[in-house]
Each structure stands twice: as structure tokens, then as C-alpha cells.
Design a protein around this ligand. Structure first.
Ligand SMILES: Nc1ncnc2c1ncn2[C@@H]1O[C@H](COP(=O)(O)OP(=O)(O)OP(=O)(O)O)[C@@H](O)[C@H]1O
Ligand SMILES: [Mg+2]
Length: 502
């Protein structure tokens, strides 16, 4: 056991009587990147939170440097040299970048007064060392998810941790940003830092991790060196069965134009965006984080109406001033940020899914709970949401299952035009294949789908046509047959050479 800097022995964890970790053991060596792998809800984040004192185990023991320890709260684990970046981002929205990095430990000068000069100098040093370019005075609420993630990483690293835990750090980063993060991870590993790394992207594990521990249904399955395990074997360990049909895009008849966008602009954010989306079509929207894709989606959906341009639905010009108007016109938008825009965490699954549909379930002002429950149950089942029951609060669900609830919520509105912003982020390989199959089926039924995705294999595998954006403008359009990874990357960056890696 002494080879381990951190060891968990036979950890059991229950939430209100339901056991979600069954006697799980895990050993972390100094200077290794140790991946945790498992389906959505397998218990990865819970295990991490046991390591950091967010949750107390109901059974088992934690050892640090071979000594039994108890972390009564996250501060205790932090003081013991364990830093964590959690799956749900945890910045203070009204504090700026520098304040968030040093929150709770701001440098003080004489008389205990805040030393702003040192605060900004230290924050700047840290971010430049990490190769991150951020405005230190920008408030966290104005940052993209990728930028928020960078701040979280900077905060974790500012502590000089011996153990660094990263729960899906790459899920909202694009290729270049992932390469930067991996460079950093390798540097830390060389310095002897032990790293726990969670990701649903198997290619990433093969690239960065030394060993992988697989969990299934809250139980330990196996620990293997990555060099000695194949991709298919990993999937089998994780899911219990092989998955063959990745990207099951079916050929479907493409119909009439459902959505036409002409010269759409939102001052200072995006400019002159034009495209058509037809029934039965999946239009992929590729680009780097911050290219303006989400802003275009939000403009079309009436969240932040555009400053100029034209939108037509089924050949008729429309003005969409609010999401409710968009919903009434048959549009749905499943947003990328499930915590900010997608879910109401303290409400249960039923309430979350039926939210945009309340009108349909109500008769003369009274909710009809049975109908609500049946429709919700069907939608949750279609998305393979895994929970104790449909009355469980959204915030208690695993990250991937929260994402499934957001998708179920918008599908239950039975839209005719569906906008999906990063639909499979944080979703495990098995469910991802199921979501892709569902998209393909919906397209087959005549739904028009606009899919924003930063994952090139997903864009290439699922789209009939691909639109690429860069810095608020459309910089490329490709048919399914024309599109290649290189062409999309070139249009998305136009400066970085295609296929660049760490
Ligand atoms: N606070 C909580 N209360 C009740 N149940 C919880 C709570 N936190 C987690 N769970 C349950 O524990 C199980 C494991 O969840 P966990 O978040 O660890 O999964 P995960 O492996 O991280 O999944 P994902 O890949 O989706 O992030 C799930 O069934 C989840 O619903
Ligand atoms: Mg998780």
C-alpha cells in the first residue's frame, strides 16, 4: 500500500438508504495519471467527493501516505494537498477572474487589507504560466464554460497540490484547449503530482492516462494499465457488453426548408449569419468555443433577439421576441449549460421535464398529474435517464443524467425544429450511441435538427451538412460527402494548422 499516495479501501456510500458505492477500492500512485471510467451514474463523481471530504463514506477507509485519514470537509482535504475541479463548475458569478482564483485566501497587506496589486500580479503570473489568456477583471458570469473551467484549473493549481482531481475537465474544451491542458497535466506528472482524471472520451484516456479504474453500477470492476487494454475491452468492462453502432446516421429524405436565417446579426457578437435547415436534415455547426454558435442559437430561440436579419419558419417571416414565442412556433433549444439554462436543480425530474409543456397538461388551470407523469416517464425512458425514481431532484442526478433530463424536457415539447447545443457532452459512450440513434430517428420523422457540437467525430458522423463558424461569422459550409476533419479545422481556425496536437 505504501506505493500509493492516496488509497481508498472498501468504500461504501449511501444516499437516503440507496447504496451508490459498494465497497470500492482505489489506489493512486505519485506521478501517475489515473483515469476513472464508467457509465453515467456509475459513481465516479461520488467517489471523487469521498476523496475530498464533500461526502463522508458510510463504510471503508481512506489512507493518505499510508496513514488512515478522515476529511470532514473539502477544506480539510485541500489542506492535506488534494485539489479538485468538480464536474459542476463552482465559481462565484459576481467575482472576477482573479478574485475567484484566490477566493478565501486573498493576499493581504499591512493591517489585513486586501492587497489588490499582489492579487492581480499573482493571478497574471499563474494564468500566463498555464498559457491561459483571460481578462483578470472579467466577472465569472460573463465567461464561457471553457473559460470558467480554466479559472477552476488555475485555482486548483495555485494551491500547489500533490494530488489533483479533475472530473470531466475537457468536456467543454475544444481540441487546442485540450492540448494545452494535457501539456500542463504532463508537466505536473513529471513533477510527481498524482492526478485523477475523469472523461467519457476514450481517446483522451489513451492519450494521457497511465492506468484506468473502471466502475460499473457503483462497484469496482478492474484497474488496468492503458498500454495493455484496447478500446473495445474498455467499453466491455464499463458497459458489460460491446457497442458496435457508433454514429448511426440513417439516410432519410430531405424535405422542405423549415428554418431560414438571413443576414442575422447581433451587434458585437455575431454577424451576417445565413443558412437553411430542412425537414429531415441534421445541420452540424462546428467551430471553436467562443465562435458565436451558442449566441446564434439563443438569438433564433428569442433568448437574446438579434439586432438585424430575418428568420423564416416554413416560408413565413417571423419575429421571435421570447423563448415562449419560439416554443409556440415549434422550436426547441436544448442549451449547452444545463446548470444555468437547462435545469432547475431543486426540482424533481417530472417537474423539470414538464416545465415547457405545462400548458399541455393543464385543463382549466388545473394540472393533470397523471398525464404529466406518464408523458415525463416516457420521455425519461426514451433518454435512458438513470435515477432512483422520477421524483428524484435534478441536483442529485449524475452529470450525464442531468444532461439526459434536459434533452427529455425539450423532446417532450414535440418540436418541429430542434436546436441541440452540445447534446452529448458528458454522456457515456453507450447512451451517446442511443442519443445519436434517436436524433437519426427524429430526423427520419421529418424533424429539422440544428446540432452545435465541438466534437468533430460527432459533427462528421451525424450531420447531413456542416456549417463552420469563427469569430462570429460563417467561415465554411460543407456537405456530408465533402467534409473532413482537416477542412473543418481549417475553417474554424484559419490560422492554426489542421491536425495540430500537443
Ligand atoms: N446528493 C445525492 N443524493 C442522492 N443521490 C445522489 C447524490 N449524488 C449522487 N447520487 C446518485 O449516485 C449515483 C452515482 O452518481 P455519480 O454522480 O457519482 O455518477 P458519475 O459516475 O459521476 O456519472 P456521470 O458520468 O454522469 O457524471 C447516481 O445514481 C446519482 O443519482
Ligand atoms: Mg460525474
Amino acid at each position: 500500500m505504501s506505493e500509493h499516495i492516496l488509497a481508498l479501501e472498501q468504500i461504501t456510500k449511501r444516499f437516503s438508504g440507496v447504496e451508490v458505492l459498494h465497497q470500492v477500492s482505489f489506489g493512486l500512485r505519485p506521478g501517475e495519471v489515473h483515469a476513472l471510467l464508467g457509465e453515467n451514474g456509475a459513481g465516479k463523481s461520488t467517489l471523487v467527493k469521498v476523496m475530498t471530504g464533500v461526502h463522508q463514506p458510510d463504510g471503508g477507509q481512506i489512507y493518505l501516505h499510508g496513514q488512515p485519514v478522515t476529511f470532514s470537509d473539502p477544506l480539510a482535504s485541500l489542506q492535506a494537498g488534494i485539489a479538485a475541479i468538480y464536474q459542476e463548475l463552482s465559481l462565484f458569478p459576481d467575482l472576477n477572474v482573479a478574485e475567484n482564483i484566490f477566493v478565501g485566501r486573498q493576499p493581504t497587506g499591512a493591517g489585513g487589507r486586501l492587497d489588490w496589486r499582489t492579487l492581480y500580479a499573482e493571478a497574471d503570473k499563474l494564468l500566463s504560466a498555464l498559457g491561459m489568456h483571460l481578462d483578470l477583471k472579467q466577472k465569472a458570469r460573463n465567461l464561457s464554460i471553457a473559460q470558467q473551467q480554466m479559472v477552476e484549473i488555475a485555482r486548483a493549481l495555485s494551491i500547489d497540490a500533490r494530488i489533483l482531481i479533475m472530473d470531466e475537465p475537457t468536456s467543454s474544451l475544444t481540441l487546442g484547449e485540450v492540448a494545452d491542458l494535457f501539456r500542463l497535466v504532463r508537466r505536473l506528472r513529471e513533477q510527481g503530482t498524482a492526478i485523477v482524471f475523469i472523461s467519457h472520451r476514450l481517446e483522451e484516456l489513451f492519450e494521457i492516462a497511465d492506468r484506468v479504474t473502471v466502475l460499473r453500477d457503483g462497484a469496482y470492476v478492474d484497474t488496468r494499465p492503458l498500454a495493455e487494454v484496447s478500446r473495445d475491452e474498455l467499453i466491455r468492462l464499463m458497459v458489460g457488453r460491446p457497442i458496435t453502432n457508433l454514429f448511426p446516421k440513417k439516410e432519410v429524405a430531405i424535405g422542405e426548408v423549415a428554418l431560414k436565417v438571413e443576414h442575422l446579426s447581433s451587434e458585437g457578437i455575431f454577424e451576417d449569419v445565413s443558412f437553411e435547415l430542412r425537414r429531415g436534415e441534421i445541420l452540424g455547426m462546428a467551430g471553436l468555443v467562443g465562435a458565436g454558435r451558442t449566441d446564434v442559437a439563443r438569438a433564433i430561440f428569442g433568448v437574446e433577439p438579434p439586432t438585424s436579419g430575418r428568420i423564416e419558419i416554413d416560408g413565413k417571416a417571423v419575429t421571435i421576441g421570447s423563448p415562449q414565442q419560439a416554443i409556440d412556433l415549434g422550436l426547441a433549444l436544448a442549451p449547452e449549460d444545463r446548470q444555468l439554462h437547462g435545469l432547475i436543480p431543486p426540482m424533481n425530474i417530472v417537474a423539470n421535464i414538464s416545465l415547457p409543456m405545462l400548458g399541455a397538461y393543464a385543463r382549466r388551470g388545473w394540472l393533470r398529474p397523471k398525464q404529466e407523469r406518464d408523458a415525463t416517464f416516457a420521455a425519461a425512458q426514451q433518454m435512458e435517464v438513470r435515477a432512483n425514481n422520477i421524483w428524484q431532484r435534478a441536483r442529485e442526478l449524475s452529470g450525464g443524467n442531468q444532461q439526459k433530463v434536459v434533452l427529455a424536457k425539450w423532446l417532450s415539447t414535440q418540436p418541429r425544429i430542434l436546436i441541440l447545443d452540445e447534446p452529448t457532452r458528458g454522456i457515456d459512450v453507450g447512451t451517446k450511441a442511443a442519443i445519436h440513434a434517436l436524433m437519426s430517428e427524429l430526423a427520419g420523422q421529418g424533424l429539422a435538427i440544428l446540432m452545435i457540437s465541438s466534437e468533430l467525430p460527432e459533427v462528421l458522423g451525424m450531420s447531413d451538412r456542416i456549417l463552420v463558424m469563427r469569430e462570429g461569422r460563417v467561415t465554411g459550409q460543407f456537405t456530408r460527402a465533402e467534409a473532413t476533419q482537416e477542412k473543418i479545422m481549417a475553417a474554424a481556425t484559419q490560422t492554426v494548422a489542421a491536425g495540430e496536437t500537443a
